[in-house]
Structures are given as C-alpha cells and as structure tokens.
Design a protein around this ligand. Structure first.
Ligand SMILES: *Cc1c(COP(=O)(O)O)cnc(C)c1O
Length: 351
C-alpha cells in the first residue's frame, strides 16, 4: 500500500493519473460491464447518473424510504421529485408492488437500493423498465461484489452506482465511488459530466460537476481489489455463522436464494433496541444503526408530505434494526462471543 501511494506522490499526477484508468479497466471487468467511471463519491456517482439521463424539473424518481440520505438527496438536487415507497418486511429492499403502484406519466427512473448488500429483483425491475420506458439505476453503494442470478451488482440495470467510502465492503482511504454501464453513449456523457461536461479539453458540451476520484484513492483501491474476493468470502462465512446462531431467536434479513450478499451490514431486529444497545455497549460490543429514521422523517424532506400509514414496514425497521460487528477478520471465537452476548442482551428481559 505504501509503495502504491508513494508512486502517485513521485509521479505527481494527482488528478486523472494512470491509476484511475487502470482501476476503471479492472472494475469494469470485475463487474462485467463495458464501462466503469470512477467518481469523487457514491453520492456523486448517483448525481452524475441522473444528470446524464437528463432527469430534472417536472420528473419523478421512485425509490425506497429506508436508505442512506444520498439516494434521495440527488433526486432533489437535480430538481426532480422523489417518490418514496415502503420496503418488503423480509428482504428490506423496496417493495416492487408498491413501485408499480407509484408509477405515473412523470416517472423517469427507479432507484432500487441494494440494502446491506442485497439486490432487489432486477428481472422484475427490467420488465417494469421495458413496459413503462423507465430507466433503472441501481444504488449499489452497499453491494459491490454482491450478485444476482450469477451477475454482479452494478451490471444488472442500465446504470449501476457504488461507493468506496471507507466503511463500505470495498473502501478506499477517503471518499470515492463509481458508475457502471454498458451503454456506450451514456458512458461518454457520464465521463464528460464528471469533468465539468467536457468531452474534449476546453470545450464544455454539458453542464457538469467536479466529480473525479483522486489518483491516490485509485492506487489504494487497486491494492485492495486484489484481496477483495478473499475478504468477501470471509464476510460471507461470518454472516453464515451469525445466521446459524441467531436465526432461531431473531428476525434477520432474508437473502433470497438467487442473491448473494456482501453483508455491508449484518442486522438483527430487536423490539427493545435502546435497552439492547446499552447492554451491548456495557459488554464492549460495538453496534451501528442503519437507519434510525426513514427518509421522509428528516426536516429537509418534510415537503414530500407522505402518509406514514403507507410506510409501516420501513418505520418498524427503523425502530428495530441493529447492526452487529461485520468484517472479514472477525475471529470465530469473537463471532460466537458476540452471538452469546446479543442473546443475553436482547432476550434477557423476556425471561
Ligand atoms: C454510502 C451510501 C451512499 C453514498 O456514498 P458516499 O460515497 O458516501 O457518497 C449512497 N447510497 C447508499 C445506500 C449508501 O449506503
């Protein structure tokens, strides 16, 4: 890693250095698409995608109510209207029946979020896309490396976006993200928008943004990508052990048989979460909550004026989900200890 970073420092190509193009080459092969465009963050990857599709004022974009704020933020930033739907209570990704009901003549795109690493049913979304002429953009910020029916996250829709934020399954040492597509024309536009809309230097064809990844981050990711599949396997082994030990006592995220997950988060559901959190903290076990609130509960999105009766599953999840430690190097004894402590903390009050 030190060598890879030093090389960038020696060469001095901090912006759009060779490592950027090398990384794009490797990422597109890994994901199985014709084009990868690395960006300054996952949020910018989503923003650039919406801009490249020309989505803006008067348009609607359907997405989930239970996600990181970026997914919805970018829709508003381009001037379009986010149309939120509830989640499926088992898979925790957006409910596709609700998506179909939410489609209007203004719907231009659907952004399914591959929550905790699980991809929504892309075959069904593909049918919806064809029937209604709506573009699907996968928010795969949590699912780089996950797959569905043998195809990788990022390759299952017109556009796929991911994030390399340090806490994601493949993290860099700062902010980073990527857009994936196999559409040549769209790829050219995406790459241009990333550098202020310029296709050739000095001529700005589109209104763009400064959305580039730093060369140093690309150098870091090139090193980490070599070990990624091995780490992915280890994460999946941790998850399997958690499932084996916890599935009898807790409601866990159902991963559908045609999906594999990278387990960006491994969550359990607990009714008395505050108490369980405190107990686990006392026992020295770190936890995380993704997410305490649904998108529409934030002040910036109050204008969406949703009827909360229609979001019962998302609201319930936001009150119950609790993320356990998850990384490739969690030892078997540690996993077992965590499971014991979780059972003690969450189940004790009921005894
Ligand atoms: C992390 C995340 C993003 C944003 O990625 P950044 O790289 O932090 O900008 C978008 N959507 C989801 C679902 C995420 O988890």
């Amino acid at each position: 890693m030190d060598e890879a970073i030093s090389k960038v420092l020696d060469e001095g190509q901090y912006i759009l250095g060779n490592e950027i193009f090398e990384l794009e080459e490797q990422l597109k092969n890994y994901v199985g698409v014709s084009h990868a465009c690395v960006t300054s963050s996952g949020t910018d990857a989503l923003l650039i995608s919406l801009m490249a599709l020309g989505i803006g004022l008067g348009d609607e974009v359907i997405t989930t109510s239970f996600t990181w704020i970026s997914t919805v933020e970018v829709i508003k930033r381009v001037g379009a209207k986010p149309v939120l739907v509830d989640i499926d209570p088992h898979t925790l990704v957006l409910d596709l029946d609700q998506v179909e009901k939410a489609i209007s003549s203004k719907t231009k795109a659907i952004i399914p979020v591959s929550l905790y690493g699980q991809i929504a049913d892309m075959d069904r979304l593909d049918q919806i896309s064809k029937e209604f002429g709506i573009t699907i953009i996968e928010d795969g910020a949590q699912s780089f490396g996950s797959s569905q029916r043998g195809k990788k996250s990022g390759s299952l829709s017109k556009i796929g976006c991911t994030s390399f934020f340090p806490a994601k399954p493949l993290g860099c040492y700062g902010d980073g993200g990527a857009v994936f597509t196999s559409d040549d024309e769209l790829a050219e536009k995406i790459k241009a928008i990333r550098i202020h809309g310029a296709i050739t230097r000095g001529c700005h064809t589109y209104v763009g943004i400064n959305g580039r990844m730093d060369t140093i981050q690309a150098a870091v990711l090139l090193v980490k990508l070599k070990h990624f599949d091995e780490e992915l396997l280890l994460r999946q082994q941790v998850a399997q052990n958690y499932y084996d030990r916890l599935r009898e006592d807790f409601k866990l995220q159902t991963v559908l048989p045609y999906n594999t997950s990278v387990y960006a988060q491994f969550i359990i559901r607990v009714a008395d979460r505050d108490n369980c959190l405190k107990e686990l903290q006392n026992k020295g076990i770190p936890t995380a909550i993704h997410y305490k609130t649904c998108v529409f509960e934030h002040p910036a999105y109050a204008d969406l004026k949703v009827n909360t009766d229609n979001f019962q599953h998302a609201l319930k999840a936001s009150h119950e989900v609790l993320g356990l430690p998850m990384h490739p190097f969690l030892k078997k004894e540690e996993q077992d200890y965590i499971c014991e402590m979780v059972k003690e903390s969450a189940l004790a009050p009921l005894l």
